[in-house]
Design a protein around this ligand. Structure first.
Ligand SMILES: NC(=O)c1ccc[n+]([C@@H]2O[C@H](COP(=O)([O-])OP(=O)(O)OC[C@H]3O[C@@H](n4cnc5c(N)ncnc54)[C@H](O)[C@@H]3O)[C@@H](O)[C@H]2O)c1
Length: 424
């Protein structure tokens, strides 16, 4: 049998593929929802002939999504959505065993990161699948020629959705995008429980500190912040929350956390975790007040939440203490420790979210890709929510896979709930 010609790719080392293969199989066990969709896709081929460029964290879970799309008939190219989150063995396995054009190397520099995005676009996709909107942005700026062929796209994360909504509001978005992050079965679980657990996991793997008794400052009490605060408290930390939204601040108070400004928190925190999607949440005025030994971590999408240039300016010297821990020594002798270069700590120092939560996020991604193919012509060039039927279907399949049954409305109950005159 003739061997297929290997498509262009750029990964660290194909010799790593065996480990990637085993780890992809391991996470697949925890992704039953995606597994059910994969079986149907393999039979029905709803993505036949569709080229997809995916810019996602190249992890075992993403590999299972990419394989599902391929089984559905799609031709998938993959690049990383963050320079530090790639799992090199996974990238190698996708190239070697699935002949997938993958462009991702853990620790790639800024230039390589963007050239990899361009390589994914050179795949001439019909659908873009983004995590942070870098691919869409590239197809709307430097590589506009690729926007013409794009019929639709999906976006995985909060920060990407915010960017895309502002493009749509300015009338510059050239094709419709489905905001996967907006699905209940995505943000309520992935952002909250996934980020909650994996952020602590990343911090622990990077530092091996004891969380019990620590004062942990969580900046941002959104879906991710709630999860991080919950897990930090569960490990025995005293949790302080900072917010700019009064309702969310109030929620944090009533959930039992101490809420204060970052200026106040800066003085008392042992560990700071930013997860706001905003910039310079930790800035010069905060670094100046922090205690000796304070740890600084970010789990928000971009590495702008901690003002690293300002930190570097204040520092008299710097050294790497251990992988993912850099010491910044201030002129007064205080030492501040920046984790994972201020990039997503859970994906840099750990493996990102557990597979069973990505199961739901990526089930949404796969079903939304199918939805885009079926409905692209009807969709306006704006950001759309995940259709309710898809969201609920993902919840139903997940519960079924967990062996959990729930009650059904009786006819009388359905009538009662939909009527304004019953029960009066
Ligand atoms: N690490 C991961 O794996 C992962 C997973 C999902 C989302 N994310 C990213 O995490 C970030 C947060 O996502 P989310 O879903 O929680 O968003 P969200 O919108 O639900 O919450 C963000 C919160 O931060 C608050 N905030 C904004 N600026 C602030 C400031 N200066 N100080 C304090 N609070 C501030 C907002 O009021 C909001 O409550 C985004 O960048 C998102 O893309 C990361």
């Amino acid at each position: 049998m003739p061997t297929a010609v290997r498509l262009p790719h750029d990964v660290k080392d194909l010799a790593l593929a065996n480990s990637g293969k085993r780890r992809i199989e391991w996470s697949d066990q925890f992704m039953p929802t995606l597994g059910i969709i994969r079986k149907r896709f393999a039979k029905e081929k709803p993505l036949k002939g569709v080229r997809i460029a995916a810019c996602l964290h190249v992890t075992t879970e993403t590999a299972n999504l990419a394989i599902t799309l391929q089984q559905g008939g799609a031709n998938v190219a993959l690049c990383a959505s963050n320079p530090l989150s790639t799992q090199d063995d996974v990238a190698s396995c996708l190239v070697r065993d699935y002949n997938m054009p993958v462009f991702a190397i853990k620790g790639e520099d800024h230039g390589t990161y963007y050239s990899h995005l361009e390589s994914a676009l050179e795949h001439r996709p019909h659908i873009s699948m983004d995590d942070g909107a870098d691919l869409v942005t590239l197809a709307h700026t430097k590589r506009k020629e690729y926007a013409k062929g794009l019929i639709g796209g999906t976006e995985e994360t909060t920060t990407g959705v915010i960017r895309l909504r502002s493009m749509a509001e300015e009338g510059v978005l050239k094709y419709p995008i489905i905001a996967v992050n907006d699905a209940d079965t995505k943000h309520m679980f992935d952002n909250r429980y996934g980020t909650g657990q994996s952020t602590l996991d990343g911090i622990l793997r990077a530092t091996n500190v004891l969380i019990a008794g620590m004062k942990i400052v969580v900046a941002g009490y959104g879906w991710c912040g709630r999860g991080i605060a919950l897990r930090a408290r569960g490990l025995g930390a005293h949790v302080v929350v900072t917010e700019i939204d009064p309702t969310r601040a109030l929620e944090a108070v009533m959930d039992g956390y101490e809420v204060m400004t970052m200026n106040e928190a800066a003085r008392i925190g042992d560990l700071f975790i930013t997860v706001t999607g905003d910039k310079s949440v930790l800035a010069k005025e905060h670094f100046q007040k922090m205690k000796d030994g304070a740890l600084l971590a970010n789990s928000g999408h971009f590495n702008v939440e901690i003002d690293i240039p300002a930190l570097a300016k204040l520092a008299k010297s710097r050294r790497t203490m251990r992988e993912f821990v850099e010491e910044y020594r201030m002129s007064d002798g205080r030492r501040l420790y920046l984790l994972a270069e201020g990039r997503l700590i859970n994906l840099s120092a750990a493996e990102g979210h557990p597979a069973s939560v990505m199961d739901m996020s990526f089930a949404n991604q796969a079903l939304c890709a199918e939805y885009v193919v079926k409905n692209a012509k009807k969709l306006e060039k704006k950001v759309h929510s995940v259709p309710r039927e898809i969201d609920r279907m993902v919840a139903r399949i997940k519960l079924h896979a967990m062996g959990i049954e729930i009650d059904q409305l009786s006819k009388a109950q359905a009538k009662y709930l939909s009527s304004w005159s019953e029960g009066t």
